[in-house]
Design a protein around this ligand. Structure first.
Ligand code: HEM
Length: 459
């Protein structure tokens, strides 16, 4: 297997070997590499900025609390009518505005110019065209122009020093470091577009699939609702005369308890992500060496210097030999099993805590190797945003199931669309078609839902 070749790994035991940190292979994570090239960071700077801010602890608790509260406020204030709307657009809107506020602060570009919402998602839809064409300004004109408008918004944000006014510590440090390293304000701004894609690109479609998988299965929806209402609604106070005429009931969802006391919600979310996660972990072989899966009868493989090794997550996530005969099916309870699950393997020295780590209430089926569940990558390169992502997704889904009823555009149960297997996106798989739904507030809108996030990390 020589230089310039690409080797695809689809066996979990070999994947576990390949994903380990080794002087023979270098992690060639596209996002990290592009960001580094664009902004000229060294590895230490990237580690400080990305990993520290998103690892379990005080900073992450704060980010999750802010994100969940913003989502709750937005859903409370959203105009909900009987007119059919695009479910994906609904989720894009709420996640984009909430993430921009949580991470970039009140002076974020989307708050100043809400039309950038559409621009960002037009750009996202055309990313592959932009990437693959030598003349994207001609062949992917719409996406290209949309990207330039978002970049202009971020440039203005950096020039006005918006990141110094209420942005998260992570963004303050990122932008500050970019500028200190001598980058121009426009280049520092452009690197935030990549960051925003990492923040929203998977979380939005991941949330879409989880919502649609629940609303498309009324019995499952009923059980998840019951689970959330019984285990994670921690406070109920009656306002304005309680349940009497004109009274409103205030109910709060504890985000930490969603992850520690709602196995069906968490398992259904993990299962939704399993079925759509397709991203390959990539390594570049820097020194020729052989690999073999320990304890298996498989042969050894020689990997020559210069070979690119891809771990085929999408293939593994659908492999019947790994997941069983129902690998292709949506099985909401698949991850409700023995205790002690993790989202991925924590990095060395990374602690887990009750609020931000995956709940120990779900786990991989006993026969499935940890390296076969690759939603957030694995080994030496794991998604640094995975704890934030799981928290925001379960918070949003729990709020939705408690606050809204949904039916299809023509009435009846929401139809779960097929995955679009023909277009390979840079993120998780999208649906073949838009799903349009009619939404209604539950309880006649007399319940006022919010969230609480219990801080347990200390400090
Ligand atoms: C369901 C949601 C998400 C999924 C499925 C997901 C998945 C992934 C995957 C597979 C990678 C590549 C890891 C590798 O190459 O092995 C990645 C990288 C990354 N993710 Fe996520 N992610 C999600 C949400 C988020 C969120 C919410 C954030 C930030 C708050 C985030 C920040 C990042 C960053 C900065 C990287 C690049 C870092 C690096 O290359 O080391 N992600 N993500």
């Amino acid at each position: 297997m020589g230089p310039g070749k690409t080797v695809v790994v689809r066996d979990p035991a070999l994947a576990a070997h390949v994903q380990r940190q080794s002087p023979d292979r270098s992690f060639y994570g596209a996002i990290l590499e592009v960001t580094k090239r664009l902004v000229g960071f060294d590895d230490r700077a990237m580690e400080v900025v990305m990993a520290a801010a998103l690892s379990p602890g005080k900073h992450l608790d704060l980010l999750i609390a802010q994100q969940a509260s913003t989502l709750a406020t937005q859903l409370r204030e959203a105009h909900i009518s009987d007119t059919p709307i695009s479910l994906m657009a609904f989720i894009q809107q709420h996640f984009t505005f909430a993430s921009a506020l949580t991470l970039y602060g009140p002076h974020n570009p989307f708050a100043r110019n809400p039309s950038l919402l559409r621009d960002f998602w037009t750009y996202e839809a055309g990313m592959m065209k932009i990437l693959l064409s030598p003349w994207p300004w001609m062949t992917a004109r719409r996406a290209w122009k949309a990207r330039e408008r978002v970049n202009a918004g971020f440039t203005e944000y950096v020039e006005r020093r918006g990141y110094e006014q209420g942005a998260s510590a992570m963004i303050r440090q990122r932008v500050g470091m970019n500028l200190r390293y001598g980058l121009g304000e426009d280049v520092a701004a452009r690197s935030e577009l990549i960051m925003l894609f990492a923040v929203l690109g998977n979380a939005v479609p991941g949330t879409f699939w989880t919502v649609v998988n629940l609303y498309g299965r009324p019995e499952l929806l009923r059980r998840v609702r019951e689970e959330v209402e019984m285990n994670a609604v921690v406070e109920e106070e009656e306002e304005d005369g309680g349940e009497g005429e004109g009274g409103k009931k205030r109910r709060l969802i504890d985000v930490a308890r969603l992850k520690s006391h709602c196995p069906l919600l968490v398992s259904a979310t993990r299962e939704s992500l399993r079925r759509i996660s397709n991203m390959s972990s990539v390594r570049l072989v820097t020194r020729s060496h052989t690999i073999s899966a320990p304890g298996s009868n498989q042969p050894s493989y020689l990997l020559q210097k210069g070979t690119v090794v891809q771990i085929a997550s999408g293939v593994m996530h659908h492999d019947e030999q790994i997941w069983g005969k129902d690998a292709e099916d949506f099985v909401a309870e698949r991850f409700i099993n023995a205790p002690s699950a993790t989202l991925g393997q924590p990095k060395k020295g990374e602690s887990e805590d009750k609020t931000t780590a995956t709940a120990s209430i779900t786990s991989l089926p006993p026969s499935v190797a940890p390296s076969a569940y690759r939603v957030f990558g694995g080994g030496s390169s794991l998604c640094p945003g995975r704890h934030f992502a799981m928290s925001e997704i379960v918070a949003f889904v729990a709020l939705c199931v408690c606050m809204f009823d949904m039916e299809g555009e023509e009435g009846g149960v929401v139809e779960v669309p097929e995955r679009d297997d023909r277009r390979v996106p840079l993120s998780v798989m999208k649906p073949v078609r838009d799903v349009r739904v009619r939404m209604r507030r539950r309880g006649g809108g007399r319940e006022e839902w919010g969230v609480v996030v219990e801080f347990v990390s200390g400090g």
